[in-house]
Design a protein around this ligand. Structure first.
Ligand SMILES: [Zn+2]
Ligand SMILES: [Zn+2]
Length: 245
C-alpha cells in the first residue's frame, strides 16, 4: 500500500495548503480518507479522474475533514449527466451530527454507508476496521490491513487508552499531533505531538507520521517535541508526498 498526503492541515489550511485528505492506493485500488477543504483540487492534480476512485471514508463531519464533499458532489453528478463519470461513489461516514449528514447527498453522486464502532468492511482486498475516538462529535479512526501490512489513521481525537491497542503492531501510524504540548488544555479535543509520540513509544511502533498540522506551528518544533519521546522513524506529513507502507 502507499499513502499520499493531499492535505494535512487543521482546523484550517495554511497558504496554498489543504485540510485533511489522504489517498491510500494499492495496485489499482484508490481510497480517499477524509475530504477537507482543498483536497479535491489536490486529488485532481494527483489522479485526474473520479472513475478510478473506489471509495471515500470520512472520519467525522467537522468541516476540515468533509467540506470538499460539498463541491465534489457537483463534479460527480454533473460528470454523470455529461457521461464522463460512470458511477456513484461509495461514501462511508458517520450519521451524526444529523444536520451535517443530511446536507451531503446530491442527486446520484454518492452511495452512502453509515459507519459504526467496530464495523469492518473490505475494499478490493483491503480490510478496514473503524473504531470510535474521543472527539466532541462522532468520529472514527481506521485500521487498514492488507496481507502482512497494517496502517492506522487516528482521525481526530484526544487521548484515550484504547488507542494504544488499536495501533499495536502497525507498520505506519498516521496520527494527529499537529500542535505543541505547551498549547494543550484539558478540554482540547486533539493530541499534541508529545502525546502522539508517547503512544508510539508505549507500543514500540516502527513509524509515526504526525498530521493535522496547526498552521501557525513550526514543523521543526513538532518534530523535536516528538523526537524526545519516540526513538524510531518520525515524519511530519507533507502535502504531495507519498509514503510506502
Ligand atoms: Zn480536524
Ligand atoms: Zn474534528
Amino acid at each position: 500500500m502507499k499513502l499520499t498526503v493531499l492535505g494535512c492541515y487543521g482546523p484550517y489550511p495554511k497558504a496554498k495548503g489543504a485540510c485533511s485528505g489522504y489517498l491510500l492506493e494499492d495496485m489499482d485500488t484508490k481510497i480517499l480518507i477524509d475530504c477537507g477543504n482543498g483536497v479535491i483540487s489536490k486529488y485532481f492534480a494527483h489522479c485526474g479522474d473520479l472513475n478510478i476512485l473506489d471509495a471515500i471514508l470520512i472520519s467525522h463531519l467537522h468541516p476540515d475533514h468533509m467540506s470538499d464533499l460539498m463541491v465534489l458532489r457537483y463534479a460527480i453528478a454533473i460528470g454523470q449527466m455529461e457521461g464522463r463519470v460512470k458511477k456513484s461513489i461509495d461514501l462511508y461516514l458517520p450519521s451524526s451530527p444529523r444536520e451535517e449528514y443530511e446536507r451531503i447527498p446530491y442527486k446520484e453522486a454518492f452511495n452512502r454507508h453509515i459507519i459504526d464502532d467496530g464495523m469492518r468492511i473490505e475494499i478490493k482486498g483491503i480490510k478496514i476496521t473503524f473504531f470510535r475516538t474521543n472527539h466532541p462529535i462522532e468520529c472514527y479512526g481506521m485500521i487498514f490491513d492488507k496481507g502482512i501490512k497494517k496502517f492506522v489513521y487516528s482521525g481526530d481525537t484526544k487521548y484515550f487508552p484504547e488507542l494504544n491497542d488499536y495501533v499495536k503492531k502497525c507498520d505506519l501510524f498516521l496520527c494527529e499531533g499537529g500542535f505543541l504540548e505547551a498549547n494543550r488544555k484539558d478540554d482540547t479535543p486533539h493530541l499534541s505531538a508529545l502525546q502522539a509520540a508517547e503512544i508510539a513509544q508505549k507500543v514500540s511502533l516502527k513509524r509515526l507520521i504526525l498530521t493535522h498540522i496547526y498552521p501557525p506551528v513550526k514543523v521543526v518544533n513538532l518534530y523535536e517535541e516528538a523526537r524526545e519521546i519516540f526513538p524510531n522513524i518520525i515524519e511530519i506529513a507533507e502535502e504531495g508526498k507519498t509514503y510506502y507502507i
